[in-house]
Ligand binder design. Sequence first.
Ligand code: URP
Ligand code: ZN
Ligand code: ZN
Ligand code: ZN
Length: 443
Amino acid sequence: MAETSGILIKGGKVVNEDCSVIGDVYIENGKIIEVGRNLQIPAGVRIIDATDKLVIPGGIDTHTHMELAFMGTKAVDDFHIGTKVKKEMQTLTEEKGVNSFKMFMAYKDVFMLQDSELYAAFSQCKDIGAIAQVHAENGDLIAEGAKKMLSMGITGPEGHELCRPEEVEAEATQRAITIAHAVNCPLYVVHVMSKSAAKVVSNARRDGRVVFGEPIAAGLGTDGTHYWNEEWAHAASFVMGPPLRPDPSTPGYLMDLLANDDLSVTGTDNCTFSLCQKALGKDDFTKIPNGVNGVEDRMSVIWEKGVHSGKMDENRFVAVTSSNAAKIFNFYPQKGRIAKNSDADVVIWDPKMTRKISAKTHHQAVDYNIFEGMECHGVPVITISRGKVVYENGQLKVSPGIGRFIHRKPFAEFVYKRIRQREQVGKPTAVTRKPYKGKVISI
Ligand code: URP
Ligand code: ZN
Ligand code: ZN
Ligand code: ZN
């Protein structure tokens, strides 16, 4: 059928983060024009029957590294953006629409910041209304742990996890939260990978801190037992930092916390290196480029392990895959909601259909898939991006360059309302006293 600019999605269950209703969605010129029953639509528009399907907001992956130059090589899936430095942060926020900055506590001698530098960066984020993101691992302890493993003759991928156990992640997570709290800055902890770190985030939220935790598809869908696989290439393909954890109950635990709002939002940290790139570390795990896939499979993995398993409902699924990200990064409801005037980023989702994940059929450039063989309920049937069908019948219909950068304003209300109020009412004040008139020793 020839495509017109108008699309009517008919009879699906329209799912937002707060409710689900059976209805139609009419799209024109990249926007959602109307949501309702029996809509009056112009002649000649394309009609998509969504009976028995869900109509959900397009997923928002909070964390990817396309084309990242890293550890002597470059990620094979394309597109990346990143920066640092205090004055530039202000320019980026005020003029370029960037309202979040990622700081590293790991990668000693490369990216790692000291506590005083984190303090300065978090202070600046608070002043300019950005959200501070942190890769929370103790880089000094990792460097010492890696030396120890290598000296013991442990050179394979298992050494990657052994040199940076859970407490290395949990300690840094707690430290980042403490520093952020000292300057009243909202904090977003990227790739929460362990039960210990997740507990730290959860406890901080219960203590009233403005902190958000981001588990990723890898950590929710698989675990770190693969590092002990006897085939080096298999084990190496799972290497990322913080590592997947060998405790096999970790993915389920992270999903429980995600379902209950202890953790807030999901990304992938997609940062893919093909096996020949991973092989830079064939004799020394510290040289294996860190990163795994996820961007293509995130929604299916979360549906399978979260919704199909009964841990969360379809509305929470929308919250953690889309709406919460749009709120935190301040482009809601332009994105993250199926509603009049929102961008027409829509997925028609079949909750009953299944698919098997495989590198043989995925659309990514990387030559393996850490979810290989996973059978997932929940399949995107049609994906619409800014009003255009970009995926249908298993075929991608996109050309490079159609993506658009979204300018994001600072001081997202979802994040900053509480921060501002605390700033006003919580200022410490000096006690008014009469001057001390007694003796003072001479030194
Ligand atoms: O191993 C990872 N996570 N690679 C990507 C870079 C980062 O630390 O996020
Ligand atoms: Zn990171
Ligand atoms: Zn394995
Ligand atoms: Zn990352």
